[in-house]
Write a protein that binds this ligand. Structure first.
Ligand SMILES: Nc1ncnc2c1ncn2[C@@H]1O[C@H](COP(=O)(O)OP(=O)(O)OP(=O)(O)O)[C@@H](O)[C@H]1O
Ligand SMILES: [Mg+2]
Length: 351
């Protein structure tokens, strides 16, 4: 079991309120991802759940039991950090068994539990090694192993993979998803990585300034963000946001474009959003005229940063690489209408 409920959770440091009344229910066995800009309160929220940070006000329950002020060791949670924080003078086995030893579990039982966890993590061949003899990825597995042996109801991960190189991250991402399936334990996972957020989570909570802006499945957030903040935060390159042009100054083509696309909404939008993969490059005469300012060919895809007369921001387009365009090319932009998003002047999404 691992059903976590946060009710109006708040945290202040002196006069500075950094968590501003979070309500959140994490289902038993769920993989929930926290994302948001730096300083928005992801780690603080996680640390309050872990008991490493005092809760200023509000309630925290785990499986229906009030644990708001319970000692960290008695909450049934285990946290894994970005820095592995292994004890350098202990072997892998000793590192993993340390918390069991502290809780007075006998050596034979300890060994058994450590071996079981090591098998799950595929580090059973490394139990006699010291941390300095391990790669970054192996060390992170030991850190996760140390959490597993405690058989927590809830795992808390604070950017556990961000110290690893790109290839290893992909491996560990897949391993962690497998681990979650195998253990079926509730996991709350903080990341800055778009792919991790989109692929690992059953749901994502997008944080902003000490609040949760939106909570939902990765695809629902991507396709139906509640506001501009969420729309901009998920997706790389970022969504293109095009504000209503000044009709005294804008080109005829831009005015015509705005009139055509803004007519899709029952409430008049202040701003229209298109994700880079929902725009195609066509002949100049067949789309909104633009010039390629920068072309980035990534191998499997190309990203084009395009200047449209009358718009301050460049329009980013992401296309597969069958057809290549270069800087200075005059092109047309074709926007796929069924993916259009509109936002009002308060940046809320409109239909
Ligand atoms: N011990 C502390 N004393 C005072 N302020 C703190 C303390 N810890 C965190 N804060 C403040 O609380 C806010 C939230 O910090 P937190 O570490 O939760 O952000 P975060 O979302 O995890 O950011 P990042 O993505 O950079 O890790 C920040 O403004 C930070 O400066
Ligand atoms: Mg953090």
């Amino acid at each position: 079991m691992g059903h976590v409920v946060l009710k109006n959770l708040r945290k202040s440091y002196g006069q500075n309120e950094v968590i501003r009344g979070i309500d959140l229910e994490v289902q038993d066995g769920e993989f929930l991802v926290f994302v948001g800009p730096s300083g928005c309160g992801k780690s603080t929220t996680l640390r309050m759940i872990a008991g490493l940070e005092e809760i200023s006000s509000g309630d925290l329950t785990i499986d229906g039991v009030q644990v708001t002020h319970t000692h960290p060791a008695d909450r049934g949670v285990a946290m894994v950090f970005q820095s592995y924080a292994l004890y350098p003078h202990m072997t892998v086995e000793e590192n993993m068994g340390f918390s069991l030893k502290m809780s007075g579990i006998k050596e034979r039982d300890r060994q058994l539990q450590v071996r079981q966890a090591a098998e799950v993590l595929r580090i059973d061949q490394m139990l006699k090694k010291y941390p300095k003899e391990l790669s970054g990825g192996e060390r992170q597995r030991v850190a996760i192993g140390r959490a597993i042996v405690r058989k927590p109801k809830v795992f808390l991960f604070d950017e556990p993979l961000s110290n690893l190189d790109a290839a290893l991250r992909v491996n560990m991402r897949i391993e962690l998803s497998r681990l979650h399936k195998e253990l079926g334990t509730t996991m709350i996972y903080v990341t800055h990585d778009q792919v991790e957020a989109m692929t690992m989570g059953d749901r994502i909570a997008v944080f902003n300034n000490g609040n949760i802006e939106q909570l939902g499945s990765p695809l629902s957030l991507y396709e139906q963000p509640c506001n501009q903040f969420v729309a901009s935060f998920l997706g790389s390159p970022r969504i293109n946001l095009i504000e209503q042009p000044d009709f005294n100054l804008a080109s005829e083509s831009l005015k015509a474009w705005w009139n055509l696309y803004s007519a899709n909404f029952s409430t008049k939008p202040h701003c229209i959003g298109f994700r880079p993969e929902h725009i195609d490059i066509v002949e100049a005469a067949q789309g909104l005229p633009a010039t390629v300012v920068l072309a980035e060919h990534l191998g499997d895809a190309s990203i084009y940063h395009c200047q449209v007369d009358g718009l301050t921001n460049l329009i980013n387009v992401k296309m597969n690489s069958d057809q290549k365009f270069n800087s200075h090319d005059s092109i047309g932009l074709f926007f796929k209408k069924n993916h259009i998003l509109g936002f009002d002047s308060k940046s809320h999404r409109v239909n």
